[in-house]
Design a protein around this ligand. Structure first.
Ligand code: FAD
Ligand code: NAI
Length: 475
C-alpha cells in the first residue's frame, strides 16, 4: 500500500516548496519531492533559485561589489586600503555557505510545517481525478499517492545548437557561478538578466567582459529611457556590449573558446575567450516526469499547459513557476504556489500579473513594475510621465551613488499609476512601494502626498510622482 497524501508537490524550488508549506498550513497532509543534490549527494531543496540562481548570484554580486568599492570607491570617503587582494576561493566558499543556509532553512520549514520531504525524482505512474500515483526514485524507491498534484519542476538553461554546456569553457548559469580563477577574457552570449548580472560580477573581479546580443536594442523589455541610461552606465563601467550580432560557430580549444559571429555592420568577427557564458534564456523542465504517460498536456514550447488558475488538462493536477507560461521569476512561482494551495482548499487564490516586479541586480540596479512608455504608446493609452534623477537626492549624494532616476507613468485622465521604472541605487527595495501603490490602484498624486522619510532614496520616488504633475520640489 503506497503512502497516501492529500497533496504531493513535485519540485522543491520557490514554486514547489512554498506551495507545499501553504498546503500544509491549510491542513492538508502534504509531501514535497525534490531531486536536487548537494556536493555530498544530500538533499538541497530550493531549486534553481537557491542552488544556482537568485541566491548565489546575489551573494557574488554583493561580494564583488564590496571588492570594487574597496578598490575604487573607498578613497573618496577618505578610507585608504593598502594591499587589497582577492581571495576568490573564500568568496565562492561564502557563496556556497549562503546556499547551504537556505537549503537547510527549507528543510527546517518542511519539518516545522509537517511537510513530508522525499529526496528523489518524482514521476507520474497513473491516476485519475480521485488519486494519482507518483513514483519517487532516489536512494530508495517508493510509490506515493495523492488526490492533488502540484508540478513545479522549473527550468533549465538553454544551450546554443552545437555548443553544449561543458561547465569548463562553455558555462550555463551553474558554471558562471563557480569559475575558480578570474578569466582574463570572458565572453557572454545574451545581454539579458543573467548576462548582465554575471557579466557585472566577473568584470568587477577583473575580467575583460564582452557581451554579444542578438537583438538590435539593449534590454528591449525595459522602458527605453531607463534602458538607455543603464546602457550608458554599464559601458562607462567597462562592460562591452555588442548588439545585433549573429552568432556562428563556437569551438573549444584546450583552454579557450572561439566564437565566430557577424556584427551589426555585417562584418564577420572571431573572438577568443578564456570562458564563455551562454545566457540566452531558459527552457521548461519536464524531464523524467512521465507527463506523456498520464496525458499531461504541454504547449508547443514545452511548457505545461495551464489556464489562468494554474490548472492543467488533468483534473486535480496543477502546475506553477518556470514550467508554465509567464515570467521566469522566483516571486511569480511563489505567488502561483500559494494561490494553487488556496484554490485546492476552496479559497480564491489570486495572482496579479500586472503587478509582478522585475529587478536586475546590477549596479545601479534596474527595477520596474507595470507598463513601459513604449507599451503605452503601442496600446494607444494617453499617459503623463514624471522623472526624478538620483543626482538631486540628498541620500544618494551621501551614499556616493547618484546614478539613475525614478520614472512614473500615470494615466493622463485618471492619474492612476500605470508603470514605475527605476535605474539607481537600491531600486530592488524602492520598487516595492510602487507595487503596493499599483495593487491598490493608487494615483501618482497619492504617492506625491505621502510623507517619505528624509533623507532617503524613497524621496526620489515621491519626487518622480510629483514630476508627473510638473511640480518636483528638489529639481
Ligand atoms: P526551480 O527553482 O527550477 O525548481 C524546480 C525544482 O524541481 C528543482 O529543484 C529541480 O531539481 C526539481 N525537479 C525537477 N523535476 C523534478 C522531478 N521530476 N522530481 C523531483 N524534483 C524535480 N528570479 C528572481 O525572481 N530573482 C532573481 O534574482 C533571480 N535570479 C536568478 C539568477 C539566475 C542565475 C537564474 C538561473 C535564475 C534566476 N531567477 C531569479 C529565476 C528563478 O531562479 C526561477 O524563476 C525560479 O527558481 C523558478 O522556481 P520554480 O520553483 O518554478 O523552479
Ligand atoms: P533573458 O531572456 O533575460 O535574456 C536572454 C538574452 O539573450 C536576450 O536578450 C536575447 O535576445 C538574447 N539571445 C537569445 N538568443 C540569442 C542568440 N542566439 N545570440 C545572442 N543573443 C541571444 O535570459 P537569461 O539571461 O538567460 O535569464 C533567464 C531568465 O532567468 C530570465 O529571463 C529571468 O526570468 C530569470 N532571471 C531573473 C533574474 C532576476 O530576476 N534578477 C536574474 C537572472 C535570471
Amino acid at each position: 500500500m503506497s503512502k497516501q497524501f492529500d497533496v504531493v508537490v513535485i519540485g522543491g524550488g520557490p514554486g514547489g516548496y512554498i506551495a507545499a508549506i501553504r498546503a500544509a498550513q491549510l491542513g492538508f497532509n502534504t509531501a514535497c519531492i525534490d531531486e536536487w543534490k548537494n556536493a555530498k549527494n544530500g538533499p538541497a531543496p530550493g531549486g534553481t533559485c537557491t542552488n544556482v540562481g537568485c541566491i548565489p548570484s546575489k551573494a557574488l554580486l554583493q561580494s564583488s561589489e564590496h571588492y570594487e568599492h574597496a578598490g575604487h570607491a573607498f578613497a573618496e570617503h577618505g578610507i585608504e586600503v593598502k594591499g587589497l587582494g582577492l581571495n576568490l576561493g573564500q568568496m565562492l566558499a561564502r557563496k556556497d555557505g549562503v546556499v547551504k543556509q537556505n537549503n537547510e532553512g527549507i528543510l527546517y520549514l518542511f519539518k516545522k510545517n509537517k511537510v513530508t520531504f522525499f529526496h528523489g525524482r518524482g514521476s507520474f505512474v497513473k491516476g485519475d481525478a480521485s488519486a494519482y500515483e507518483i513514483k519517487v526514485s532516489g536512494a530508495a524507491e517508493e510509490t506515493i499517492s495523492a488526490k492533488h498534484i502540484i508540478v513545479a519542476t522549473g527550468s533549465n538553461a538553454r544551450a546554443l545548437p552545437g555548443a553544449p554546456f561543458d561547465e569548463k569553457l562553455i558555462l550555463s548559469n551553474a558554471g558562471a557561478l563557480a569559475i575558480d580563477a578570474v578569466p582574463a577574457k570572458l565572453g557572454v552570449i545574451g545581454a539579458g538578466v543573467i548576462g548582465l548580472e554575471m557579466g557585472s560580477v566577473w568584470r568587477r573581479l577583473g575580467s575583460d567582459v564582452s557581451v554579444l546580443e542578438a537583438l538590435p536594442t539593449f534590454l528591449g523589455a525595459v522602458d527605453e529611457q531607463i534602458a538607455k541610461e543603464a546602457g550608458k552606465l554599464f559601458t562607462k563601467q567597462g562592460l562591452k556590449v555588442s548588439l545585433g550580432v549573429n552568432i556562428g560557430a563556437i569551438t573549444t580549444g584546450k583552454n579557450d573558446v572561439t566564437v565566430e559571429y557577424v556584427d551589426a555592420a555585417g562584418a564577420t568577427q572571431k573572438a577568443v575567450y578564456d570562458k564563455l557564458i551562454v545566457s540566452i534564456g531558459r527552457t521548461p523542465n519536464t524531464i523524467g516526469l512521465n507527463a506523456e504517460g498520464v496525458g499531461l498536456q504541454l504547449d508547443e514550447r514545452g511548457f505545461i499547459a495551464v489556464d489562468g488558475d494554474c490548472k492543467t488538462n488533468l483534473p486535480n493536477v496543477w502546475a506553477v513557476g518556470d514550467v508554465v507560461r509567464g515570467p521566469m521569476l522566483a516571486h511569480k512561482a511563489e505567488e502561483e504556489g500559494v494561490a494553487v494551495a488556496e484554490r485546492i482548499a476552496g479559497q480564491h487564490g489570486h495572482v496579479n500579473f500586472n503587478t509582478i516586479p522585475w529587478v536586475i541586480y546590477t549596479s545601479p540596479e534596474i527595477a520596474w513594475v507595470g507598463k513601459t512608455e513604449q507599451q503605452l504608446k503601442a496600446d494607444g493609452v494617453a499617459y503623463k510621465a514624471g522623472t526624478f534623477p538620483f543626482l538631486a537626492n540628498g541620500r544618494a549624494r551621501a551614499l556616493g551613488d547618484t546614478s539613475g532616476m525614478v520614472k512614473f507613468l500615470a494615466d493622463a485622465k485618471t492619474d492612476e499609476i500605470l508603470g514605475v521604472h527605476i535605474v539607481g541605487p537600491m531600486a530592488s527595495e524602492l520598487i516595492s512601494e510602487a507595487v503596493v501603490a499599483m495593487e491598490f490602484r493608487a494615483s501618482a498624486e497619492d504617492i506625491a502626498r505621502i510623507c517619505h522619510a528624509h533623507p532617503s532614496l524613497s524621496e526620489a520616488t515621491k519626487e518622480a510622482a510629483l514630476a508627473v504633475d510638473k511640480r518636483s520640489l528638489n529639481f
